[in-house]
Unconditional design. Structure first.
Length: 553
């Protein structure tokens, strides 16, 4: 059986594993993705449409054999957050437009290889964002569990306030069904991971509603039609595109972060290496296709991906089988799905949100470094306090970059002694005895860029003494920019004006080029440049010996 996208030949022996994994994932994805549609603010059927379209397309454009795509809690909340102020009449069209923009941006970022920048988003930003979103998801579903209508608030705190104000109208039928679903999920997972806990948590309350005719007493998934996603066009609105751009970009980044996290975790377990940039472009293609088939934005799903791997999937065909099973479920089970209580779906979402909160991770972020603690708290508080998640993403990254720049504004600047009578000729020393030395050896290390240029200037000025010879060892300098080169140039001019001399050692070809282009090599003389080789400190030793032999300009 030849399938070029799945290797040179698809092994028929893999078929049973892929079908089995497809069944296992469908048992989780079917109820979950209906629930995620509630978070987005659309009918549950669109969660299933999104599952079908995304999984079918991913089978052919994906790169990972194990990652399963579809609606996710993170992306669903981000979509709902971006569409907070959109009118109900235009909501679905705007959702599809936003999904299309996300797809196009992801394809563009992937082609330009800018998607790789997500690797530099700090872990503390992700933890803060995930924790905040988990609280938003959980609180957002309490109204559905209690069976009361609650106005969507400005932030987490206003949502909690609205829930408290609405407690008088609690529907105890709805609350009871929600509790039943919660108990089933919790105890099923404790008994065995193989039990389809989420599916049972939906089927059991559904049977209760049907048996006791409670569909008039509680909110149910009504008007669930036995239809499949069809190609349809949405309206393009330039004004809306402009308004949605920032949100589309942040959701694109969030999608990439999820994909990166899943593929890296699966690589550790399966030894499968995924071409990330191709996977990122594939995500964009999937989202673009979703927008034309009544589906909303997707990403890699942690729950479904790990279930797929644990169930023994061998290739991406397992994802196709999951989609086919969901199609059969829509066609055959649509009459009974109309009895699924919304409270049960909301409970499922609430427990998924709870599982997103990693207490161990949070403790580590808060206790290991001050940098991570600040970034986590800023991202977390922004997530739960502002009406849009893209603010939290951008603000968290901005704060982390600010802290990084602040922590890199000091260079590694040390003084060294050279002793010919010692087994270790180069030793670090302090600046107190500089006046006693005719030759001052300074070791520079790290990145000499604009952010550390002022510190470089101050350190060099503090070391300056008239009539001395300075040896600047630069073997461990990784990067230098024009701002730092100017400070070096100013120091060299100052030294030569005061009857001194400067030698540079440990110079690599990468460093030589900008120094030469700026004119520093000409200023101090080619004979005072000592190039690095495979032996550490050898060029510095040559410079010191030149001085000792009196070989000066």
């Amino acid at each position: 059986m030849k399938l070029s996208r799945f290797g040179n030949k698809y092994k028929f022996n893999n078929l049973k594993y892929d079908i089995s994994a497809g069944l296992s994932v469908a048992a989780i994805a079917l109820p979950q993705n209906m629930a995620y549609a509630l978070i987005v603010g659309v009918d549950p059927i669109y969660g299933l449409y999104t599952s079908i379209v995304s999984m079918i397309v991913a089978t052919f454009v994906g790169n990972s054999n194990y990652m399963v795509v579809g609606p996710t809690n993170l992306i669903s909340v981000a979509l709902a957050s971006a569409l907070t102020n959109v009118s109900s009449a235009n909501y679905f069209n705007t959702l599809l437009l936003l999904t299309c923009m996300i797809g196009l941006l992801q394809i563009l970022l992937g082609i330009l290889q800018l998607s790789n920048l997500v690797k530099y988003v700090p872990h503390s930003v992700i933890v803060g964002l995930t924790t905040g979103i988990a609280l938003l998801i959980g609180v957002g579903q309490i109204g559905n569990i209690l069976g009361i209508e609650i106005d969507s608030g400005f932030n987490l705190f206003s949502n909690i306030y609205n829930i408290i104000n609405g407690l008088e109208g609690v529907n105890y039928y709805s609350l009871g069904l929600g509790i039943i679903s919660g108990i089933i999920i919790i105890f099923s997972q404790r008994i065995s991971a193989k039990i389809p806990a989420y599916l049972l948590a939906i089927l059991t309350p559904m049977l209760v509603v049907y048996t006791f005719d409670l569909s008039a007493e509680v909110a149910v998934v009504d008007n669930f039609s036995a239809s499949l996603p069809k190609f349809s066009l949405f309206e393009f609105n330039l004004e809306q595109i402009d308004q949605l751009f920032a949100s589309a970009l942040s959701i694109s980044i969030l999608g990439f972060i999820q994909v990166l996290s899943i593929t890296k975790s699966l690589e550790d377990r399966s030894s499968e290496e995924v071409e990330l940039n191709k996977e990122f472009i594939g995500q964009g293609i999937i989202n673009l296709c979703c927008s034309f088939f009544s589906s909303f934005a997707i990403s890699g799903s942690f729950t479904n991906s790990f279930s797929n791997y644990q169930a023994g999937a061998k290739t991406r065909l397992s994802e196709l089988f999951t989609a086919l099973i969901i199609i059969l479920s829509i066609l055959l089970l649509s009459p009974v799905i109309n009895y699924v209580p919304v409270a049960s779906l909301a409970t499922l979402v609430l427990l998924v949100a709870y599982s997103m909160i990693d207490i161990k991770d949070i403790k580590q972020v808060l206790s290991i470094t001050r940098f991570d603690m600040i970034v986590f708290l800023v991202t977390f508080l922004t997530t739960i306090s502002t009406p849009r998640l893209d603010y939290a993403v951008y603000f968290g990254v901005l704060v982390s970059l600010t802290l990084v720049l602040r922590h890199t504004d000091k260079i590694n600047f040390t003084y060294m002694n050279y002793r010919t009578d010692s087994r270790y000729p180069f030793l670090q020393h302090n600046s107190k005895d500089l006046n006693d030395k005719q030759e001052i050896l300074i070791n520079l290390a790290g990145n000499l860029h604009f952010n550390s240029a002022k510190n470089l200037k101050n350190q060099l000025n503090e070391s300056f003494i008239e009539g001395r010879t300075f040896i600047l060892r630069m073997r461990d300098v990784d990067v230098i920019d024009i701002t730092s080169i100017k400070e070096l140039d100013n120091f060299i001019e100052k030294v030569y004006r005061n009857n001194g001399e400067v030698l540079l050692s440990g110079i690599s070809p990468k460093l030589y080029a900008p120094l030469n282009n700026f004119g520093i090599v000409e200023k101090i003389g080619e004979e005072n440049i000592f190039f690095a080789n495979k032996y550490y400190f050898s060029s510095t030793k040559e410079a010191m010996e030149k001085i000792a032999n009196g070989d000066r300009n």
